[in-house]
Design a protein around this ligand. Sequence first.
Ligand SMILES: Nc1ncnc2c1ncn2[C@@H]1O[C@H](COP(=O)(O)OP(=O)(O)OP(=O)(O)O)[C@@H](O)[C@H]1O
Ligand SMILES: [Mn+2]
Length: 538
Amino acid sequence: MLRMRRRSRTICLYLAIITIFLHLVLVLFSASMYHLPCDPPLPTRMSIHRELAHIHHISPVISDPPEPPADARQDFSKVDANKSAKGYLKMLYDKDLAEPAESGMSKLEALFDHPLYNLPSRPIPEEDWLFKVQPNAKNHDKMLILSANSWVSASRDGYEDVDWKNSSSHPPWLRFHLGISRWQLYPHRDPNMEPLTQHLANSRIVSAVQRSGGTQLKLVMSFPNYGQAMLKPMKQERNEETNYNLYYFSDFERHNAEIAAFHLDRILGYRRIPPVVGRLVDVVKEIKDITTDLKLARTFFTSPVGNVCFYGRCSYYCSTEHAVCGRPTALEASLAVMLPDPALAARRSWRSPWRRSYSRTKLAEWETNPDYCSSVKRTAPYNKGTRLVDFIDLVILDFLMSNMDRHHYETFEKFGNDTFLLHLDNGRAFGRHSKDEPSILAPLKQCCRIRRSTWYRLRLLSLPQYQLSDVMRSSLSHDPLSSVAPLLAEPHLAALDRRLAAVLQTVSGCLKQQSEKGGDEVFYEDLDHLKDLFASAD
Ligand SMILES: Nc1ncnc2c1ncn2[C@@H]1O[C@H](COP(=O)(O)OP(=O)(O)OP(=O)(O)O)[C@@H](O)[C@H]1O
Ligand SMILES: [Mn+2]
């Protein structure tokens, strides 16, 4: 009896253990089921970005590091003694010493070869890259990359298989993203510039949709290698001037202004505008036939002379009266390479302290208060670091191209306040050549502050052998659309030289005022670490 009871107790115990075990197995199994991924959705550019962003949050690895920019690798000791910056700088002050650019060398080449554009710089520390890259990823990280990339390369109609793991096969747009650092979008003499512009100009267009937000018509174009570009169509003939009765905020956006702004920004040595190229787009084959944007598709029509036109949906100039038309299907447009998705690299938008009122009747405070800058100088972030002189750099660019529409500017959030300003949205520049707009220079006049290096480069561009209008003409002649017509009409090029002289005069006025009445230093000394090189230059 006792034996029987003991045996049944043992059996019960076994049964209980087996039940608990089965239960555990069931729990574990269902937990693993829960974590199994669903079938990956078809890859989209956003999903690539999300995946990359995800990787960034978990580990700072994408793949092998991109080539460090050429100028980051340069070292101080390697500066050519014969072409020392000192000698060249003397030349800025004594025009008789000005040497002609080496024969056969274009003025643009000579400019970009100048020591002022090749100043030695320290290597870029890891935290100063927009995207951190580590060559020796741990296995765990590599697994993450592989899983991310496998769903990126799952083929989709019209898109190519890209080997994201191998940095040597990275498409140019990704190299551009990986080369963005705290102080510039791309390095001087960037080896990726040619492939990137070729990519924008020639890649097959697999998708075209209207970009939401913003006031005027623009499209987001996608390419087979997952690259994207922002398209602005031609709306105005090159030699046309904006109607004098139009306010700046009612002006058209011009595709050639976006292109020319990119070239000017690079010539000024800023490198703060994402590369833009011109392209003849077939409005039927490359927009109408492939768009998935029904709202956009509904706005296509054929004009009385047989040209294909469309107008899209937006708050300004999106109507039949302002349609953009092909000839009969070829449309000139600007394509700007897309910056990394904000999910991957958040941007901050800053209101310009010298913002216009955007009203026909009101004036902004800076227009009536000549002492306005002293309060800005005391206000963060303009009271520290380079923010004020960075803003002045932007003001100079805007004055040269007569852009009155700079209400905001953006920065990459990752870099906090110590970073360059993105010079996006230049479509309303180059509207008038016969008139300058002195109010754009108000911040320079009121603050009397400028980076020393900017001042030197501006002086260089005023010398006959590097003349701004000539280097701009030469630079723009590399754009694919220049074969259709020069991107800036001659009067616009001439206006650049005239306006450059006005900027130099304003700074000279500041220097004079400072020596007579005292006041804050005019120059922000950003070349102090190269003192020896520049000693006795001024
Ligand atoms: N190359 C780019 N890559 C990614 N985003 C961009 C790029 N260029 C512009 N943007 C973003 O798109 C927004 C709208 O572009 P843009 O300002 O050129 O158009 P817009 O119609 O003039 O807009 P708005 O009327 O607001 O000034 C910009 O504020 C900027 O954040
Ligand atoms: Mn705008």
